[in-house]
Design a binder for this molecule. Sequence first.
Ligand code: NAI
Length: 339
Amino acid sequence: VFHHPAFDDHERVVFVADSKSGLRAMIAVHRCGPRNAMGGTRMREYALEADGIGDALRLSQTMTYKSALAGLPFGGGKAVIFGDSGRDKTPELLHAMGSAIDRLGGHFVTGEDVGISVDDVALMRENTPHVLGGEGVDSAQPAAAGVLASIQAAAERVWGTSDLSGRIIAVQGLGKVGYWLTRMLAEAGARLLVADIRPDAVRRVVREFDAQEVSSDDILTQPTDVFAPCALGDVLTPATVPRLKAKVVAGAANNQLSAPIVGALLRDAGILYAPDFIANGGGLINNAALLDGYDRTRVLQDCARIGHTLTEVFELADKNNTSTNTAAAQLARQRTQNL
Ligand code: NAI
């Protein structure tokens, strides 16, 4: 861990072991921020422990950037539980994780992530108040509202208008966020091409929004104006970028770029990329609001402001002749200098 390039930049890295429950975990606090560090807890079996350590260090830094660019007073953190969430997850293990989070005294506030559900968070809550989730306030609609604002900001940049009527937009992944996004895009007058590996999810948006179904294998290469990845990460790679025909990529999925260099490939290909950790900031905006007397209208207004931040990033990228993801990281570092 001491040799990981991101280690030195962290305020606090905690390893957790509990022999009774078998818990082995790591909590990485990149920045505490004026309030505390926020970030999910994920559970995964990594091929190498170093991969899990790298994940926690990298993702906690991304959370600091995400929070700063969403205008929130939080730093970034991330917890990783080492293990198979299907095989190794027990109530005892989750209680032990709750106690470990509690020992940080509120420096780190966490919630669900890959391998950790709302129900798991509820078990952690039995041992600590420093968890969010399961309050019955869904983050998918705010997340989609942020993606819509991102697509509009990118459209303004590329076509000189944020009006989406008649634009052809491909949405990959019609889950919680993808469903809301297709709904908002249909209301904005866009023509939708959609794909999901779940036929029921596709049927629903085809029926409700007159969307056109495309196979999951082909959605990325459709001749569209916008491609919106709302399923998995790593969809933009040196192999897929040359096959993209959209002029804009903006979606909710986390970690869309397989490596930072892919941002430069997108730029060279003349494709405007809305960095994922800005475009999907609506989820975090929603969760942060749970700490301060939740107001849905205000949350949705804050999500719409994501478009202004993106415009700033697009301008910075042009000024410095860099990719949008590099410009976004630069802007985030500026904003977190005093954290
Ligand atoms: P979800 O699990 O509800 O939806 C994902 C959908 O993608 C599912 O319907 C799944 O069948 C589909 N899918 C999986 N592989 C696919 C493939 N190869 N091709 C097409 N479709 C595929 O997840 P949710 O909550 O909608 O999140 C979507 C993405 O946005 C994830 O990457 C998530 O990390 C990210 N995100 C979600 C936020 C939230 O508030 N829910 C907030 C910020 C980011």
